[in-house]
Design a protein around this ligand. Structure first.
Ligand code: HEC
Length: 134
């Protein structure tokens, strides 16, 4: 057994112990993407819903996000899109979808839009009117 290998085997139990200590407190750091109770959602997600309605997303993708023959169903899209890909489509536009680069409401609200549409896609957030959680 060489020296390096021996050192690694000695470090392993400590690494495992540190892992076991950190694992239970991990949820404290990981913020959920959205909070929902019935049709009531957290402030950021509520903002996402408002932007979706007021900034014309629904005029192409449908009021409920399900799309139509010429516009993709965002409830399906969100299952595959990473946050970076989502951001890129909004900022750069793609095909018929124009860029929202100059729309400050949309650019500043990308995280909130992402949370709202992810929640819709997960089946956790219902279609239709939402209220803000107090
Ligand atoms: C003028 C119609 C139109 C508007 C307005 C519009 N979209 Fe789109 N969107 C499209 C079309 C069409 C595509 C598909 C583009 C392509 O791939 O050729 C698309 C693609 C997307 C995608 C990527 C879907 C995928 O599967 O890759 C996302 C996410 C998206 N739109 C979100 C939004 C959001 C959020 C808004 C509002 C801020 C919005 N769109 C406004 C027409 C529109």
């Amino acid at each position: 057994m060489n020296k390096i290998f021996r050192n690694k085997t000695r470090i392993m139990p400590f690494a495992i112990m540190i892992g076991l200590v950190l694992f239970p407190i991990q949820p404290v750091f990981a913020q959920p993407l959205y909070k929902v109770e019935g049709s009531s959602v957290d402030k950021a997600t509520f903002n996402g819903w408002n932007i979706y309605r007021t900034e014309a997303c629904g005029s192409c993708h449908g009021a409920t996000g399900e799309g139509n023959v010429s516009n993709p169903n965002l409830l399906h899209s969100m299952k595959n899109l990473t946050k970076e890909q989502f951001q890129r489509v909004l900022v750069e536009g793609r095909g018929i979808m124009y860029s929202f680069r100059d729309n400050k409401t949309v650019v500043d609200g990308i995280d909130d839009l992402y949370a709202y549409l992810k929640g819709r896609s997960d089946g956790a957030i219902p279609a239709g009117d939402l209220t803000e959680m107090k």
